[in-house]
Design a protein around this ligand. Structure first.
Ligand SMILES: Nc1ncnc2c1ncn2[C@@H]1O[C@H](COP(=O)(O)OP(=O)(O)OP(=O)(O)O)[C@@H](O)[C@H]1O
Ligand SMILES: O=P(O)(O)OC[C@H]1O[C@H](OP(=O)(O)OP(=O)(O)O)[C@H](O)[C@@H]1O
Ligand SMILES: [Mg+2]
Length: 378
Protein backbone atom coordinates (compact mmCIF):
# COMPACT_ATOMS: atom_id res chain seq x y z
CA UNK A 1 0.00 0.00 0.00
CA UNK A 2 1.22 3.45 -0.83
CA UNK A 3 -0.36 6.83 -0.49
CA UNK A 4 -0.39 10.40 -1.65
CA UNK A 5 -0.62 12.73 1.32
CA UNK A 6 -2.58 15.91 1.39
CA UNK A 7 -0.95 18.68 3.33
CA UNK A 8 -3.21 21.51 2.31
CA UNK A 9 -6.71 21.92 3.57
CA UNK A 10 -9.11 24.39 5.06
CA UNK A 11 -8.79 26.39 8.27
CA UNK A 12 -7.33 24.74 11.28
CA UNK A 13 -6.80 26.36 14.62
CA UNK A 14 -3.12 25.56 14.88
CA UNK A 15 -0.49 28.07 13.89
CA UNK A 16 2.23 25.48 13.63
CA UNK A 17 1.76 22.74 11.14
CA UNK A 18 3.32 19.37 11.26
CA UNK A 19 3.35 17.22 8.20
CA UNK A 20 2.88 13.54 8.70
CA UNK A 21 3.49 10.49 6.65
CA UNK A 22 1.12 7.85 7.88
CA UNK A 23 1.75 7.99 11.59
CA UNK A 24 5.25 9.37 11.33
CA UNK A 25 5.88 13.06 11.86
CA UNK A 26 8.45 14.18 9.35
CA UNK A 27 8.87 17.88 9.87
CA UNK A 28 7.13 21.01 10.97
CA UNK A 29 6.74 24.36 9.26
CA UNK A 30 6.47 26.95 12.00
CA UNK A 31 5.67 29.79 9.62
CA UNK A 32 2.94 28.08 7.64
CA UNK A 33 -0.36 29.97 7.83
CA UNK A 34 -2.94 28.59 10.18
CA UNK A 35 -5.24 27.34 7.44
CA UNK A 36 -2.78 24.70 6.37
CA UNK A 37 -3.21 21.45 8.15
CA UNK A 38 -2.82 17.79 7.61
CA UNK A 39 -6.22 16.69 6.46
CA UNK A 40 -6.32 13.27 5.07
CA UNK A 41 -4.41 10.57 3.42
CA UNK A 42 -5.99 9.08 0.38
CA UNK A 43 -4.73 5.80 -0.67
CA UNK A 44 -4.05 4.25 -4.00
CA UNK A 45 -2.68 0.76 -4.03
CA UNK A 46 0.01 -0.32 -6.32
CA UNK A 47 2.08 -3.37 -6.56
CA UNK A 48 4.67 -1.58 -8.60
CA UNK A 49 4.85 1.81 -6.92
CA UNK A 50 8.10 1.08 -5.18
CA UNK A 51 9.78 0.43 -8.49
CA UNK A 52 8.64 3.84 -9.75
CA UNK A 53 10.30 5.65 -6.92
CA UNK A 54 13.93 5.74 -7.76
CA UNK A 55 14.61 9.30 -6.72
CA UNK A 56 17.74 10.28 -4.99
CA UNK A 57 18.67 13.84 -4.25
CA UNK A 58 21.13 15.00 -6.87
CA UNK A 59 23.69 17.76 -6.55
CA UNK A 60 21.89 20.56 -8.35
CA UNK A 61 21.36 23.73 -6.34
CA UNK A 62 18.29 25.07 -8.17
CA UNK A 63 14.75 24.22 -7.20
CA UNK A 64 12.74 22.89 -10.12
CA UNK A 65 9.04 23.43 -10.75
CA UNK A 66 7.42 21.44 -13.57
CA UNK A 67 4.55 23.09 -15.45
CA UNK A 68 2.41 21.64 -18.28
CA UNK A 69 4.05 22.42 -21.59
CA UNK A 70 1.01 21.93 -23.77
CA UNK A 71 -2.65 21.08 -23.80
CA UNK A 72 -5.47 22.71 -21.90
CA UNK A 73 -3.61 22.85 -18.59
CA UNK A 74 -0.72 24.92 -19.94
CA UNK A 75 -2.25 28.36 -20.39
CA UNK A 76 -4.49 28.18 -17.31
CA UNK A 77 -1.51 27.26 -15.14
CA UNK A 78 0.39 30.33 -16.36
CA UNK A 79 -2.68 32.49 -15.80
CA UNK A 80 -3.12 31.25 -12.25
CA UNK A 81 0.52 31.94 -11.42
CA UNK A 82 0.23 35.40 -12.94
CA UNK A 83 -2.85 36.11 -10.81
CA UNK A 84 -0.76 35.15 -7.78
CA UNK A 85 1.99 37.61 -8.76
CA UNK A 86 4.17 34.70 -9.76
CA UNK A 87 4.38 35.40 -13.50
CA UNK A 88 6.54 33.00 -15.44
CA UNK A 89 9.16 34.69 -17.62
CA UNK A 90 9.73 32.63 -20.71
CA UNK A 91 12.10 34.05 -23.27
CA UNK A 92 10.71 31.99 -26.12
CA UNK A 93 7.60 29.77 -26.21
CA UNK A 94 9.63 26.87 -27.60
CA UNK A 95 12.14 27.11 -24.81
CA UNK A 96 11.39 24.59 -22.09
CA UNK A 97 13.09 26.40 -19.23
CA UNK A 98 11.87 29.64 -17.69
CA UNK A 99 11.91 31.54 -14.42
CA UNK A 100 9.64 33.22 -11.92
CA UNK A 101 11.49 36.38 -10.95
CA UNK A 102 9.72 36.56 -7.56
CA UNK A 103 11.12 33.17 -6.59
CA UNK A 104 14.87 33.18 -6.52
CA UNK A 105 16.75 30.01 -7.24
CA UNK A 106 13.73 28.47 -8.93
CA UNK A 107 13.74 27.03 -12.43
CA UNK A 108 10.51 26.38 -14.29
CA UNK A 109 10.58 23.39 -16.63
CA UNK A 110 7.78 22.89 -19.15
CA UNK A 111 6.92 19.23 -19.51
CA UNK A 112 3.98 17.04 -20.41
CA UNK A 113 1.87 16.51 -17.26
CA UNK A 114 2.62 12.79 -17.07
CA UNK A 115 6.34 13.51 -17.37
CA UNK A 116 6.08 15.99 -14.51
CA UNK A 117 4.86 13.13 -12.31
CA UNK A 118 7.59 10.81 -13.56
CA UNK A 119 10.27 13.46 -12.99
CA UNK A 120 9.05 14.20 -9.48
CA UNK A 121 9.50 10.52 -8.77
CA UNK A 122 12.92 10.35 -10.36
CA UNK A 123 14.12 13.41 -8.44
CA UNK A 124 14.51 15.59 -11.54
CA UNK A 125 11.75 17.96 -10.43
CA UNK A 126 10.88 19.12 -6.93
CA UNK A 127 7.45 20.63 -7.49
CA UNK A 128 4.85 20.29 -10.20
CA UNK A 129 1.36 21.18 -11.33
CA UNK A 130 -0.88 18.74 -13.19
CA UNK A 131 -4.38 17.27 -13.04
CA UNK A 132 -5.19 14.95 -10.15
CA UNK A 133 -6.07 12.32 -12.77
CA UNK A 134 -2.52 12.41 -14.15
CA UNK A 135 -1.01 12.40 -10.67
CA UNK A 136 -3.09 9.39 -9.67
CA UNK A 137 -2.50 7.50 -12.90
CA UNK A 138 1.25 7.99 -13.17
CA UNK A 139 2.05 8.44 -9.48
CA UNK A 140 0.22 5.26 -8.56
CA UNK A 141 0.01 6.33 -4.95
CA UNK A 142 3.75 6.63 -4.46
CA UNK A 143 4.54 7.92 -0.99
CA UNK A 144 7.08 10.40 -2.28
CA UNK A 145 4.32 12.49 -3.86
CA UNK A 146 2.91 15.06 -1.49
CA UNK A 147 -0.28 16.82 -2.49
CA UNK A 148 0.49 20.37 -1.44
CA UNK A 149 -2.70 21.95 -2.82
CA UNK A 150 -5.55 19.74 -3.93
CA UNK A 151 -7.88 22.30 -5.51
CA UNK A 152 -6.36 24.91 -7.80
CA UNK A 153 -9.79 25.52 -9.24
CA UNK A 154 -9.25 24.80 -12.92
CA UNK A 155 -8.97 21.74 -15.14
CA UNK A 156 -12.15 20.31 -13.67
CA UNK A 157 -13.16 16.97 -15.10
CA UNK A 158 -13.83 13.45 -13.92
CA UNK A 159 -12.60 10.04 -14.92
CA UNK A 160 -15.55 7.84 -15.71
CA UNK A 161 -16.65 4.65 -17.35
CA UNK A 162 -19.02 5.12 -20.28
CA UNK A 163 -21.03 2.66 -22.36
CA UNK A 164 -23.15 2.92 -25.52
CA UNK A 165 -26.72 4.18 -25.22
CA UNK A 166 -27.85 1.60 -27.75
CA UNK A 167 -27.97 -2.16 -28.33
CA UNK A 168 -27.42 -4.49 -25.39
CA UNK A 169 -26.63 -1.48 -23.17
CA UNK A 170 -29.88 0.36 -23.78
CA UNK A 171 -31.33 -0.51 -20.38
CA UNK A 172 -28.08 -0.61 -18.44
CA UNK A 173 -27.85 2.42 -16.16
CA UNK A 174 -25.55 1.46 -13.33
CA UNK A 175 -22.20 -0.17 -12.77
CA UNK A 176 -23.79 -3.11 -10.96
CA UNK A 177 -26.17 -3.69 -13.88
CA UNK A 178 -23.17 -3.64 -16.21
CA UNK A 179 -21.30 -6.12 -14.01
CA UNK A 180 -24.27 -8.46 -13.91
CA UNK A 181 -24.85 -8.65 -17.66
CA UNK A 182 -24.80 -12.32 -18.69
CA UNK A 183 -22.83 -11.47 -21.83
CA UNK A 184 -19.47 -11.27 -20.01
CA UNK A 185 -17.74 -14.60 -19.75
CA UNK A 186 -14.17 -15.82 -19.57
CA UNK A 187 -14.19 -16.39 -23.31
CA UNK A 188 -15.98 -13.13 -24.10
CA UNK A 189 -15.08 -10.54 -21.48
CA UNK A 190 -16.19 -6.91 -21.28
CA UNK A 191 -13.73 -4.99 -23.46
CA UNK A 192 -12.73 -1.59 -22.09
CA UNK A 193 -10.65 0.95 -24.01
CA UNK A 194 -8.70 3.45 -21.93
CA UNK A 195 -5.51 5.44 -21.65
CA UNK A 196 -5.77 5.10 -17.86
CA UNK A 197 -4.06 1.74 -17.70
CA UNK A 198 -3.55 1.86 -13.94
CA UNK A 199 -6.72 3.53 -12.61
CA UNK A 200 -9.07 1.79 -15.05
CA UNK A 201 -8.19 -1.84 -14.19
CA UNK A 202 -7.80 -0.99 -10.50
CA UNK A 203 -11.34 0.43 -10.39
CA UNK A 204 -12.90 -2.46 -12.28
CA UNK A 205 -11.16 -4.95 -10.04
CA UNK A 206 -12.34 -3.13 -6.91
CA UNK A 207 -15.88 -3.12 -8.27
CA UNK A 208 -15.81 -6.87 -8.70
CA UNK A 209 -15.68 -7.18 -12.50
CA UNK A 210 -14.34 -10.63 -13.19
CA UNK A 211 -14.46 -10.94 -16.93
CA UNK A 212 -12.92 -7.76 -18.29
CA UNK A 213 -10.06 -6.91 -20.65
CA UNK A 214 -8.44 -3.60 -21.43
CA UNK A 215 -7.06 -2.12 -24.60
CA UNK A 216 -5.10 1.07 -24.69
CA UNK A 217 -5.40 4.13 -26.91
CA UNK A 218 -4.22 7.68 -26.44
CA UNK A 219 -7.02 9.73 -27.93
CA UNK A 220 -10.47 9.75 -29.49
CA UNK A 221 -11.41 6.82 -27.27
CA UNK A 222 -15.08 7.61 -27.67
CA UNK A 223 -14.92 6.09 -31.15
CA UNK A 224 -13.91 2.65 -29.88
CA UNK A 225 -17.41 1.22 -29.15
CA UNK A 226 -18.86 2.36 -32.50
CA UNK A 227 -15.81 0.91 -34.26
CA UNK A 228 -16.43 -2.42 -32.55
CA UNK A 229 -13.07 -2.28 -30.77
CA UNK A 230 -14.49 -2.02 -27.24
CA UNK A 231 -17.73 -2.34 -25.30
CA UNK A 232 -16.98 0.47 -22.88
CA UNK A 233 -14.42 3.23 -22.33
CA UNK A 234 -12.74 4.76 -19.30
CA UNK A 235 -11.90 8.38 -20.08
CA UNK A 236 -12.07 11.95 -18.84
CA UNK A 237 -15.36 13.76 -19.04
CA UNK A 238 -15.78 17.45 -18.63
CA UNK A 239 -18.82 18.96 -20.37
CA UNK A 240 -20.06 15.54 -21.50
CA UNK A 241 -20.29 16.71 -25.11
CA UNK A 242 -17.88 14.15 -26.55
CA UNK A 243 -19.79 11.29 -24.93
CA UNK A 244 -23.12 12.63 -26.14
CA UNK A 245 -21.87 13.19 -29.68
CA UNK A 246 -20.67 9.60 -29.80
CA UNK A 247 -23.85 8.04 -28.42
CA UNK A 248 -22.28 7.06 -25.12
CA UNK A 249 -23.56 7.50 -21.57
CA UNK A 250 -22.21 7.55 -18.06
CA UNK A 251 -23.75 5.20 -15.53
CA UNK A 252 -24.50 5.35 -11.82
CA UNK A 253 -21.47 4.41 -9.75
CA UNK A 254 -19.19 4.79 -12.76
CA UNK A 255 -17.15 7.81 -11.66
CA UNK A 256 -13.63 6.74 -10.83
CA UNK A 257 -12.10 10.07 -9.84
CA UNK A 258 -13.01 13.75 -9.63
CA UNK A 259 -10.12 15.80 -10.89
CA UNK A 260 -8.81 19.35 -11.05
CA UNK A 261 -5.37 20.94 -11.14
CA UNK A 262 -3.16 20.26 -8.11
CA UNK A 263 0.25 21.30 -6.82
CA UNK A 264 2.51 18.41 -5.90
CA UNK A 265 5.91 18.17 -4.24
CA UNK A 266 8.44 15.42 -3.89
CA UNK A 267 8.70 14.52 -0.23
CA UNK A 268 12.39 13.79 -0.59
CA UNK A 269 12.96 17.26 -2.03
CA UNK A 270 10.91 18.92 0.71
CA UNK A 271 12.94 17.21 3.36
CA UNK A 272 16.39 17.14 1.84
CA UNK A 273 16.78 19.93 -0.67
CA UNK A 274 17.61 23.32 0.73
CA UNK A 275 15.00 26.00 0.11
CA UNK A 276 12.28 23.73 -1.31
CA UNK A 277 10.16 23.95 1.82
CA UNK A 278 10.36 27.76 1.93
CA UNK A 279 9.61 28.08 -1.75
CA UNK A 280 6.67 25.69 -1.45
CA UNK A 281 5.43 27.70 1.47
CA UNK A 282 5.63 30.94 -0.47
CA UNK A 283 3.83 29.50 -3.52
CA UNK A 284 1.18 27.99 -1.29
CA UNK A 285 0.53 31.25 0.55
CA UNK A 286 0.15 33.16 -2.67
CA UNK A 287 -2.08 30.54 -4.24
CA UNK A 288 -4.27 30.38 -1.19
CA UNK A 289 -4.57 34.16 -0.86
CA UNK A 290 -5.66 34.36 -4.50
CA UNK A 291 -7.96 31.35 -4.50
CA UNK A 292 -9.74 32.36 -1.35
CA UNK A 293 -10.42 35.84 -2.64
CA UNK A 294 -11.46 34.65 -6.08
CA UNK A 295 -13.42 31.72 -4.81
CA UNK A 296 -16.14 33.41 -2.81
CA UNK A 297 -18.81 35.91 -3.66
CA UNK A 298 -21.08 37.70 -1.29
CA UNK A 299 -24.55 38.00 -2.75
CA UNK A 300 -26.91 40.54 -1.29
CA UNK A 301 -30.54 40.74 -2.34
CA UNK A 302 -33.46 42.76 -1.10
CA UNK A 303 -36.65 40.84 -0.70
CA UNK A 304 -40.12 41.83 0.33
CA UNK A 305 -41.53 39.89 3.26
CA UNK A 306 -43.60 39.87 6.43
CA UNK A 307 -40.79 38.79 8.73
CA UNK A 308 -37.13 37.78 8.67
CA UNK A 309 -38.13 34.15 9.29
CA UNK A 310 -40.53 34.11 6.36
CA UNK A 311 -37.85 35.47 4.02
CA UNK A 312 -35.27 33.02 5.37
CA UNK A 313 -37.64 30.14 4.73
CA UNK A 314 -38.18 31.25 1.17
CA UNK A 315 -34.41 31.30 0.60
CA UNK A 316 -33.77 28.00 2.31
CA UNK A 317 -36.37 26.27 0.15
CA UNK A 318 -34.14 26.77 -2.92
CA UNK A 319 -31.67 23.87 -3.36
CA UNK A 320 -28.74 26.00 -4.56
CA UNK A 321 -29.09 28.38 -1.67
CA UNK A 322 -30.03 26.08 1.15
CA UNK A 323 -26.74 24.21 1.21
CA UNK A 324 -24.84 27.35 2.12
CA UNK A 325 -24.26 28.74 5.54
CA UNK A 326 -26.69 31.54 6.16
CA UNK A 327 -28.57 33.44 4.96
CA UNK A 328 -28.12 36.52 7.10
CA UNK A 329 -31.44 38.35 6.97
CA UNK A 330 -31.82 41.90 8.23
CA UNK A 331 -34.67 44.40 7.96
CA UNK A 332 -34.33 47.35 5.56
CA UNK A 333 -36.05 50.36 7.12
CA UNK A 334 -37.77 53.22 5.39
CA UNK A 335 -39.85 56.06 6.72
CA UNK A 336 -43.58 55.74 6.15
CA UNK A 337 -46.13 58.09 7.72
CA UNK A 338 -43.34 59.45 9.92
CA UNK A 339 -42.50 55.96 11.24
CA UNK A 340 -39.58 53.66 10.49
CA UNK A 341 -41.04 50.52 8.97
CA UNK A 342 -39.54 47.56 7.16
CA UNK A 343 -41.23 45.92 4.22
CA UNK A 344 -38.00 44.64 2.77
CA UNK A 345 -35.29 42.42 4.12
CA UNK A 346 -31.69 42.32 2.98
CA UNK A 347 -30.45 38.80 2.62
CA UNK A 348 -26.73 38.07 2.45
CA UNK A 349 -25.30 34.74 1.39
CA UNK A 350 -21.78 33.58 0.71
CA UNK A 351 -21.52 31.61 -2.53
CA UNK A 352 -18.55 29.74 -3.99
CA UNK A 353 -17.63 31.03 -7.44
CA UNK A 354 -18.66 27.80 -9.12
CA UNK A 355 -22.16 27.98 -7.64
CA UNK A 356 -22.64 31.69 -8.36
CA UNK A 357 -24.62 31.46 -11.58
CA UNK A 358 -26.98 28.85 -10.21
CA UNK A 359 -27.42 30.73 -6.96
CA UNK A 360 -28.29 34.00 -8.69
CA UNK A 361 -30.70 32.12 -10.96
CA UNK A 362 -32.38 30.64 -7.92
CA UNK A 363 -32.54 33.97 -6.16
CA UNK A 364 -34.26 35.41 -9.19
CA UNK A 365 -36.69 32.53 -9.13
CA UNK A 366 -37.54 33.25 -5.50
CA UNK A 367 -40.78 35.27 -5.29
CA UNK A 368 -40.61 38.97 -4.32
CA UNK A 369 -36.89 39.61 -4.75
CA UNK A 370 -35.79 43.09 -5.76
CA UNK A 371 -32.14 44.07 -6.16
CA UNK A 372 -29.30 41.61 -6.33
CA UNK A 373 -25.79 42.80 -5.66
CA UNK A 374 -22.65 40.71 -6.04
CA UNK A 375 -19.43 41.42 -4.21
CA UNK A 376 -16.25 39.54 -4.92
CA UNK A 377 -14.27 38.17 -2.03
CA UNK A 378 -15.07 37.59 1.60
N1 LIG B 1 -12.33 17.87 -21.05
C1 LIG B 1 -11.19 17.45 -20.58
N2 LIG B 1 -10.62 16.41 -21.13
C2 LIG B 1 -9.42 16.00 -20.74
N3 LIG B 1 -8.72 16.55 -19.74
C3 LIG B 1 -9.25 17.58 -19.14
C4 LIG B 1 -10.50 18.09 -19.54
N4 LIG B 1 -10.75 19.10 -18.77
C5 LIG B 1 -9.71 19.21 -17.96
N5 LIG B 1 -8.76 18.30 -18.19
C6 LIG B 1 -7.47 18.17 -17.51
O1 LIG B 1 -6.44 18.54 -18.41
C7 LIG B 1 -5.38 17.62 -18.36
C8 LIG B 1 -4.61 17.65 -19.65
O2 LIG B 1 -5.46 17.29 -20.70
P1 LIG B 1 -5.04 17.50 -22.22
O3 LIG B 1 -6.08 16.84 -23.05
O4 LIG B 1 -4.79 18.93 -22.46
O5 LIG B 1 -3.68 16.80 -22.31
P2 LIG B 1 -3.37 15.31 -22.63
O6 LIG B 1 -4.67 14.53 -22.72
O7 LIG B 1 -2.36 14.91 -21.63
O8 LIG B 1 -2.70 15.46 -23.99
P3 LIG B 1 -3.31 15.13 -25.40
O9 LIG B 1 -4.81 15.15 -25.28
O10 LIG B 1 -2.80 16.20 -26.27
O11 LIG B 1 -2.74 13.80 -25.69
C9 LIG B 1 -6.03 16.32 -18.01
O12 LIG B 1 -5.13 15.44 -17.42
C10 LIG B 1 -7.10 16.77 -17.03
O13 LIG B 1 -6.54 16.90 -15.73
O1 LIG C 1 -16.63 16.05 -21.79
P1 LIG C 1 -15.94 16.87 -22.82
O2 LIG C 1 -15.95 18.33 -22.48
O3 LIG C 1 -16.47 16.63 -24.20
O4 LIG C 1 -14.39 16.48 -22.79
C1 LIG C 1 -13.96 15.14 -22.80
C2 LIG C 1 -12.99 14.87 -23.88
O5 LIG C 1 -11.86 15.73 -23.77
C3 LIG C 1 -10.68 14.93 -23.75
O6 LIG C 1 -10.19 14.74 -25.01
P2 LIG C 1 -9.15 15.78 -25.65
O7 LIG C 1 -9.88 17.00 -26.10
O8 LIG C 1 -8.04 15.99 -24.70
O9 LIG C 1 -8.68 15.00 -26.89
P3 LIG C 1 -7.79 13.65 -26.87
O10 LIG C 1 -8.80 12.52 -26.81
O11 LIG C 1 -7.06 13.72 -28.12
O12 LIG C 1 -6.92 13.69 -25.65
C4 LIG C 1 -11.14 13.61 -23.18
O13 LIG C 1 -10.25 12.56 -23.51
C5 LIG C 1 -12.50 13.44 -23.79
O14 LIG C 1 -12.42 12.86 -25.05
MG1 LIG D 1 -6.47 14.98 -24.03
Amino acid sequence: MASIQTIFQYPSSSTTTTLFTSSLSIFSIPTLPSYISVKSTFTCFSSSSSSLSSSSITDRAEIRLGLPSKGRMASETLELLKDCQLSVRQVNPRQYVAEIPQLSNLEVWFQRPKDIVRKLLSGDLDLGIMGLDTLSEFGQGDEDLILVHDALDYGDCHLSIAIPKYGIFENINSLSELAQMPQWTKEKPLRVATSFNYLGPKFMKEKGFEHVTFSTADGALEAAPAMGIADAIVDLVSSGTTLRENNLKEIEGGIILESQAVLVASKKSLIQREGVLDTTHEILERLEAHLRAAGQFTVTANMRGGSAEEVAERILSQPSLSGLQGPTVSPVFCKRDGKATSEYYAIVICVPKKALYKSVQQLRATPRWRDILLTLGL
